[in-house]
Design a binder for this molecule. Sequence first.
Ligand SMILES: *[C@@H]1O[C@H](CO)[C@@H](O)[C@H](O)[C@H]1NC(C)=O
Ligand SMILES: *[C@@H]1O[C@H](CO)[C@@H](O)[C@H](O)[C@H]1NC(C)=O
Ligand SMILES: *[C@@H]1O[C@H](CO)[C@@H](O)[C@H](O)[C@H]1NC(C)=O
Ligand SMILES: *[C@@H]1O[C@H](CO)[C@@H](O)[C@H](O)[C@H]1NC(C)=O
Ligand SMILES: *[C@@H]1O[C@H](CO)[C@@H](O)[C@H](O)[C@H]1NC(C)=O
Ligand SMILES: *[C@@H]1O[C@H](CO)[C@@H](O)[C@H](O)[C@H]1NC(C)=O
Length: 488
Amino acid sequence: MLVMMNKLCLLALIVQFTAAKVNSRYYPRFHLAPPHGWMDDPNGFSVYKDEYHLFYQYNPNFSFEPGIPHWGHAKSKDLFHWEHLPIAMYPDEDYDKGGVFSGSALVENDTLYVIYTGNMNYPGKIPEYKHYQALAFSTDGVNFTKHKNNPIIKSKKHQLNIKNPKVWKHNDTYYMVLGNSFQNNTLGRALLYTSQDLFSWTRASVLDYSDGSVGKLWECPDFFSLQGAFVLLFSSHGFKPQGDKYKNEFQTGYVVGEFDYKTNIFTPVTEFRQLDYGHDFYAAQTMVDKNNRRIMIAWFDMWGGNYPEGADGFTGFMTIPRVLSLTKQGRLVQKPVKEITGMKGKLIRSGKADKGTTATLTNKAGEIYIKASGHKSLEVIIESSNVTVKLIYNSIHGRVSLDRGGVDGVRRTKWRPHGRLRWLIYVDASSVELFCGVGEVTLSSRFFPDGPISVRLGDRSKAKEFTVHDIKRTMPKPNIPMGHNQIN
Ligand SMILES: *[C@@H]1O[C@H](CO)[C@@H](O)[C@H](O)[C@H]1NC(C)=O
Ligand SMILES: *[C@@H]1O[C@H](CO)[C@@H](O)[C@H](O)[C@H]1NC(C)=O
Ligand SMILES: *[C@@H]1O[C@H](CO)[C@@H](O)[C@H](O)[C@H]1NC(C)=O
Ligand SMILES: *[C@@H]1O[C@H](CO)[C@@H](O)[C@H](O)[C@H]1NC(C)=O
Ligand SMILES: *[C@@H]1O[C@H](CO)[C@@H](O)[C@H](O)[C@H]1NC(C)=O
Ligand SMILES: *[C@@H]1O[C@H](CO)[C@@H](O)[C@H](O)[C@H]1NC(C)=O
């Protein structure tokens, strides 16, 4: 398998020098996507020298599989106009040859530090892979140097999964939360480490763990204070559906609680809650910017998704960056960053609307704002010649759902508007994000339409306001090397 992959890589390399015809039907206009190849988890989300930096798990060679991850890299001044930068880290050391896995960033002394997991594969051995935590730094935000004394944390002899360090500083101490599994990799948990110098670390506590109901392997953890409480955010494998809950085997969710920096003990107050109720949302990571906003971004795909965009030479993009806040009941609220209003283009329509009212997006990208009675059901249909996505509010059951058709097409959850129904919907080439109310419930899903995209108010629906704007293109066009999309 590995040998075969290498041959394919060589092939991809040879044909890279010829230009390819790019099909951008599914390529996002205003969400971050790789120039070509495969993208998954967001990494190292940070602000460095007044620019937002986002790294991501990246296979530059193939759009069909994660391969051996590199750290792809982009930067932006406004979170929408992204500039692709050279690959920040290659899997080229004897602690990360099996992949430069996910991690985070910390800015200090004008230096951008990135802390990540080095993966090593040992085929046929036990264990078959091992994880090392490692560090690299940059003083220009482009060129990264791996620390000479890596790894900074070695993993124990029989430890399979210990990964995705998220690092922050509090007072004079550095903290790191790591994703982990225990009981022979049948239960997930999050570990806390501390350090006085960022380079030498000791284990401080187990922050929280799964009793079996919250997955078998926690990854991409994040831990932060928000409005006086602490939020432990993580992504986990191995969920089983319970009614409308956990329809994805892989879930990103959170637990809110109290944390004591003196004892390093986290006391959960809420149960685990899903962060998003759509089909495609994983590995969320947050950071705080200079306006003190806690901004989150997530991978807008899902393991096992079989995305047809792979044939166009890329797979994967990121969600709209969202600002987090917390309700008194300990629920995370997500709002698109306000910069998005500056990305709006032409107004397509506005004002009241009755059933059947239709608006067509000029370039498959737009914002739809709906205001309607909070007591009546509503249906908004996003459609193209061969696919429809129905967004439905059912006032009898107090539920919101997204139905993209096909196998396993429906996602839904409880939701009732407080007062009027307000929906903010973003469509981008092959994605839809629905923000309900002030953002207390979100549904994010991908769909793959042929041709232009229209938005229509469904039967028995009526809106006090149905406003549709185009969103401008902010992403550079994809750059797909010839042959890149041909796996055989
Ligand atoms: C991807 O291609 C680069 C050269 O561009 C090569 O060095 C690297 O080994 C390839 N990576 C994988 C995962 O095949
Ligand atoms: C940043 O500089 C301060 C003051 O020289 C030093 O104490 C600290 O260790 C430095 N941080 C890192 C990560 O090296
Ligand atoms: C990147 O940084 C390293 C270490 O500081 C340096 O040796 C190398 O020349 C730099 N490369 C570039 C392209 O700036
Ligand atoms: C751990 O799991 C592996 C694979 O399922 C199994 O072969 C092994 O016996 C288990 N070890 C223990 C100590 O339970
Ligand atoms: C951190 O610093 C603040 C203010 O300097 C202090 O009140 C607090 O006790 C410190 N926390 C810890 C855990 O040391
Ligand atoms: C719609 O058409 C596109 C382009 O032919 C195709 O990739 C996609 O899979 C189709 N979707 C459905 C649901 O048939």
